[in-house]
Design a protein around this ligand. Structure first.
Ligand code: NAP
Length: 319
């Protein structure tokens, strides 16, 4: 099924991430039912260290989604003072547990914990975030892997919206291990011609103006301006930036677009709004684009659920 997305006044197609995520979650719930009939219940262990408010919100949302879709979940909350050794012991116990198919360690961890060692301690078969070097290598060499959830979500959006990828010029802004690099690798696998830009790239606009698909993942509000976009391009905005400043808000949402009024209401009630790395005026030139919020964001949890079910099947030789 193709989710037809709404069309703006400028005729760009809005890629509705909530609708795509709902579709993926419905498929996961179906898969979970089929596995249940075979006596299998996929399980996710979510490890949340300390009390970082944003991490708490993310992890609770992940656990709640497990419950909604029929997956087993175990929330483990070591204190902020936990040591690397204690975390390694915890991961070893989770690796050995039969009821756990996926292990999620919510990042960032406290500075005194060795994140790299921990991520490498997770069994690659249970690495549902796709951060283990074995999965990174498998992704790079085109072997079946557990791919990081946000980049996997980007590819799902393109696929489900029937947007062409093969042969397209894809430009990825950002080269993080979590988003930029794996997004580039997945697009390459789909036969796009991929360019990665980063903070040392000269004249970024000369690359973005050639992009049929532009993925922005740099964490800079409204960085991509209309002048940087090829008309008709597919714009995928991964950035999540909170803006509090009224002047900046007025610059982003001057009241000239039909959606600006709803934004102004949100800003007035909450004192902030969330914007991506692509300026809202640039979306008006797009063929299709993911809005912020409600674009790429919702796919991340949906893909985590899909990865957990996939890990459960792979571990039992069902795929
Ligand atoms: P990150 O680890 O901070 O990486 C940012 C990347 O952007 C780096 O590669 C950096 O280049 C590059 N960069 C920064 N400023 C730049 C500039 N002015 N011009 C060109 N490149 C620049 O960030 P991340 O984890 O990849 O996340 C990126 C954004 O996506 C953030 O807003 C984050 O909140 C959001 N995000 C959303 C989701 C989701 O939707 N579910 C998930 C993850 C992240 P260098 O490598 O040269 O420093």
């Amino acid at each position: 099924m193709t989710i037809s997305s709404s069309t703006t006044a400028t005729s760009a197609t809005v890629l509705n991430g909530n609708a795509f995520a709902a579709q993926i979650k419905a498929e996961v719930a179906e898969d979970v039912k089929v596995l249940a009939a075979q006596g299998i219940r996929p399980g996710l262990a979510a490890v949340l260290v300390g009390a970082v408010p944003a991490s708490q919100i993310y992890v609770r949302s992940k656990v709640r989604t497990c419950e909604q879709l029929g997956l087993y979940s175990d929330l483990i909350t070591p204190p902020e003072s936990v040591t690397t050794e204690e975390m390694l012991e915890l991961v070893a116990r989770l690796n050995a547990r039969e009821d756990i198919d996926g292990i999620l360690i919510q990042l960032p961890l406290p500075a005194h914990v060795n994140t790299k060692r921990l991520l490498e301690a997770v069994l690659p078969e249970k690495d549902v975030d796709g951060f283990h070097p074995v999965n990174v290598g498998r992704l790079q060499s085109g072997q079946p892997a557990l791919a990081p959830c946000t980049p996997a979500g980007i590819v799902e959006i393109l696929k489900r919206a029937n947007l062409p990828v093969a042969g397209q010029n894809a430009v990825v802004l950002g080269r993080s291990d979590i988003v930029g690099k794996p997004a580039a690798m997945l697009l390459l696998q789909q036969n796009a011609t991929v360019t990665i830009c980063h903070s040392k790239t000269r004249d970024i606009a000369s690359f973005t103006r050639n992009a049929d698909i532009l993925v922005a993942a740099i964490g800079r509000p409204g960085y991509v301006t209309p002048q940087m976009v090829k008309p008709g391009a597919t714009l995928i905005d991964v950035g999540i930036n909170r803006i509090h400043d009224r002047q900046l808000f007025d610059e982003f949402f001057p009241g000239t677009h039909p959606d600006d009024a709803a934004r102004a209401e949100m800003f007035a009630s909450k004192g902030h709004t969330i914007v991506g790395d692509i300026h809202p005026r640039a979306f008006e030139l797009a063929g299709a684009y993911t809005p912020v919020p409600g674009g790429v964001g919702p796919l991340t949890i949906a893909m985590l659920m899909a990865n957990t079910v996939r890990a459960a099947k792979l571990r039992r030789g069902l795929l």
